[in-house]
Design a protein around this ligand. Structure first.
Ligand SMILES: Cc1cc2nc3c(=O)[nH]c(=O)nc-3n(C[C@H](O)[C@H](O)[C@H](O)COP(=O)(O)OP(=O)(O)OC[C@H]3O[C@@H](n4cnc5c(N)ncnc54)[C@H](O)[C@@H]3O)c2cc1C
Length: 392
């Protein structure tokens, strides 16, 4: 029984495969790394093809796909063409807080055009003093006659140089120091906004990350997203879904490297016989297939649990953690078993490794994924203690 690649017969997977071929996404993946720039042409084409916002409701212009369908489609984006295009496809999902809680006029102005590939909205949570501990953020929002005034700094943010607006998470004076965060939609061309790129990243270079300074930036009231102090409540559900879906992207990229390596070791002769006949090579590759397949089954169970209304934060955290860990190990084996060429930019493995490596930090680091999963362990222990039974 072959678990991977998943669901090649799905209509959405076929569309993704067809799109990837028509738009030469595998080649574009490599080019975007060498000349880092936001891939506007592909982003617009994805929007036109209805491949942005796979999970976004149809009423908002999205595809309204199930989590299982979206997960399989994202796997295939990455399997065909690295991490970039699946992540682009997820951009509207990364802004679901805006879609669900923004004023209708702001949703029409920013969210719907994003689903069409016409506008790009980033997310700004991290600050120099607040990353893993996001609730420590300090960027201030004070009220004035027309709305709010933002002052402070965001850092490490993706698409800092390209997004035309961002969902900015801020703190109102007097708000609860471990809560009370409010979100705003902030056009990045407002007076007082200045952006500075990082000096370059290990991978995912197209994201052109950087810092954004807000110097008394005036925001009209209608750009506040939802109620004051509620932003992190809104964000929680989005984070769970996006972590679960990101896992599919990391597994797709890793499986591509695994498959290419299996083909390589079958034909590469070393000491007079195919490299793949050496157990030092075939055992790690077999282990990788086992791990990636198991991770995919866990991924599908996680998506099914979320689809049926389960809370699923822990499962999503573990799915992402496993996909990054096992994906990186598989890609590292691909680099190793391709020898000298594996280490070079002639082959895609080193780029895939660098890009998947970002998954250990972005959208919640691997350690934070384990912290989230640890909450589940603690509540299970409590249940056993309170019930007085041993479920084993
Ligand atoms: C490619 C990429 C894209 C990103 N895009 C965005 C974006 O669009 N918007 C945005 O707001 N941010 C973005 N980030 C920032 C990212 O969310 C933060 O870098 C991340 O949350 C970690 O925060 P930090 O950098 O402040 O590290 P810190 O919080 O200082 O953590 C440093 C290390 O300590 C570990 N650590 C922290 N707490 C614990 C603990 N309790 N136990 C064990 N280990 C711990 C962390 O896992 C990490 O490895 C992006 C980052 C990357 C790499």
């Amino acid at each position: 029984m072959s678990v991977l690649p998943p669901h090649p017969e799905d209509p959405l997977v076929r569309e993704v495969t067809e799109f990837a071929k028509r738009h030469r996404l595998a080649e574009r993946y490599r080019e975007i790394d060498r000349n880092p720039a936001f891939p506007w042409a592909e982003y617009r084409a994805l929007g036109k093809a209805g491949l942005l916002g796979l999970r976004t409701p149809v009423a908002l212009g999205g595809r309204g796909a199930s989590l299982r369908e979206a997960g399989a489609a994202l796997f295939h984006f990455a399997y065909r063409s690295g991490t970039v295009f699946g992540k682009l496809s997820l951009q509207p999902e990364f802004s679901s807080v805006l879609a669900a809680h923004g004023a209708p006029s702001v949703v029409d102005e920013w969210f719907r055009p994003m689903v069409r590939g016409e506008r790009l909205v980033g997310n700004q949570i991290t600050e120099p003093g607040a990353g893993s501990d996001a609730l420590a953020l300090k960027l201030g929002a004070t009220r004035d006659a027309e709305g709010y005034v933002l002052t402070g700094e965001k850092s490490e943010v993706a698409m800092c140089m390209d997004a035309q607006a961002a969902i900015v998470y801020a703190r109102l004076p007097g708000s609860d120091p471990r809560g009370g965060i409010t979100a705003f939609l902030v056009p990045q061309d407002l007076p007082g906004v200045s952006r500075r790129p990082t000096s370059g990243d290990l991978g995912e270079r197209w994201q052109r990350r950087g810092s954004v300074l807000y110097d008394h930036v005036k925001i009209p009231e209608r750009y506040r997203i939802g109620d004051e102090g509620k932003a992190f409540e809104y964000l929680r559900e989005e984070l769970t879904q996006e972590r679960a879906l990101l896992a599919a992207i990391y597994l797709g990229a890793a499986y591509a490297s695994w498959e290419e390596t299996v083909a390589h070791v079958q034909q590469r002769l070393v000491f007079g016989r195919p490299l793949g006949r050496q157990e030092g090579v075939s055992f790690p590759l077999a282990q990788d297939l086992g791990r990636l397949s198991a991770d995919w089954l866990y991924e599908e169970a996680t998506l099914a649990g979320l689809e049926s209304g389960g809370e699923g934060a822990e499962a999503a955290a573990l799915a992402k953690w496993m996909a990054v860990e096992d994906g990186l190990r598989a890609i590292d084996h691909a680099i190793q078993f391709h020898g000298g060429r594996g280490y070079s930019q002639d082959l895609p493995h080193e780029q895939r490794w660098r890009d998947v490596r970002s998954g250990g930090i972005a959208h919640g680091s691997s350690e934070i994924m384990l912290v989230v999963a640890g909450h589940e362990l603690r509540s299970r222990r409590r249940a056993v203690e309170e019930g007085g039974t041993n479920p084993g």
